[in-house]
Design a protein around this ligand. Structure first.
Ligand SMILES: [Zn+2]
Length: 319
């Protein structure tokens, strides 16, 4: 939703990258959705069926398939097994930049007001794939959206059910975006999600996470934190993210129908109509608007620092 609204806001401003975004919309949306979330992988294995289940780092007590027991899932790579929580500690901050770093790495956090410096330099170093650039622009939407909705960066004052972004209100936000806003915009969600999930890993993902050879404009300004030794592990993680994404989307689509069993359970028994009323009066529309516009602010500031993009003409049609 954030990605689709940001694409719309970028077009309304006449930003020249609008064309690139539209040509590679699934890649852009994958950047916005998957974007930084390197923990998109199973969390557990259903003991009865042997099938992988869940979403990395989100605790799961029983199998969503049988209701029976689960055992921890881990990713095997180069003779070792990694739990999703380990992957999260290693890479989550690297992709979210402004938050989510662990331990000694906290010093690597990129200040909010330097995000455009960071993003523009990563982009300048890796401009060979247009689809990769669309992914990177989507990734920027993910950073902004996550930071604002999780109140890492101030800007959203919303009290929906029990706060801005909480385990209970998340399903209300999802249903409002999916049914109400998606309905108004005429979005065919299953198709949009399926096409988004089918896009490949992009080379620029390694570079903007500073995993790989230390190089380019990015390394000039952000000299620390480069981890060439983790390149093969990150390759396995990003491939795993893409492998698991279609399964995760199937889980999301199962929870999203109006009055789904899961929606009722998480929200504490609220009905669909009541949830949508709550979202409207809490200002969920305004929240989405702020996120889309702040995302496009970052895209616009970044464009100004990318010489190949700086002087492109506006795509606003004047008549
Ligand atoms: Zn995230």
């Amino acid at each position: 939703m954030y990605g689709l609204l940001a694409a719309k806001a970028a077009k309304a401003r006449g930003l020249p990258v609008t064309n690139l975004i539209e040509r590679h919309l699934p890649g852009f949306l994958c950047g916005a959705y998957l974007g930084c979330d390197i923990q998109v992988m199973p969390e557990a294995v259903c003991v009865d069926t042997g099938r992988e289940v869940g979403f990395g780092t989100v605790p799961l007590e029983k199998s969503p398939i049988t209701g029976g027991a689960v055992k921890p899932w881990s990713m095997a790579h180069a003779g070792r097994n990694y739990r999703p929580s380990e992957i999260h500690s290693l890479f989550y901050g690297r992709s979210h930049l402004v938050f989510g770093w662990k331990g000694d790495d906290v010093r690597l956090s990129v200040p909010w007001d330097h995000l455009a410096d960071y993003c523009s330099r990563a982009i300048r170093d890796e401009m060979t794939s247009e689809r990769g650039l669309a992914y990177a622009l989507g990734w920027m939407v993910h950073i902004v959206g996550d930071s604002l909705i999780k109140s890492v960066q101030p800007g959203i004052r919303m009290n929906l059910l029990d706060g801005v972004y909480t385990p209970r209100n998340r399903i209300i936000q999802d249903q409002f975006a999916f049914h109400v806003i998606g309905g108004e915009m005429g979005i065919d969600w299953p198709t949009v999600l399926r096409e988004m999930a089918a896009t490949p890993v992009e080379a620029i993902q390694f570079h903007y996470m500073r995993v790989g050879e230390k190089r380019g404009h990015l390394a000039e300004l952000f000299a620390e934190g480069w981890k060439p030794e983790d390149e093969s592990l990150l390759g396995a993680v990003l491939a795993e993210n893409r492998r698991w994404l279609p399964y995760h989307i199937a889980d999301v689509l199962r929870a999203i129908p109006r009055d789904s069993e899961k929606a009722r359970r998480i929200s504490g028994g609220l009905e669909y109509e009541a949830m949508m009323k709550m979202a409207e009066s809490a200002g969920m529309r305004q929240t989405l608007d702020i996120i889309a516009n702040e995302s496009v602010d970052l895209i616009e500031q970044t464009m100004k620092q990318v010489p190949a993009w700086r002087d492109l003409p506006s795509v606003l049609k004047v008549d």
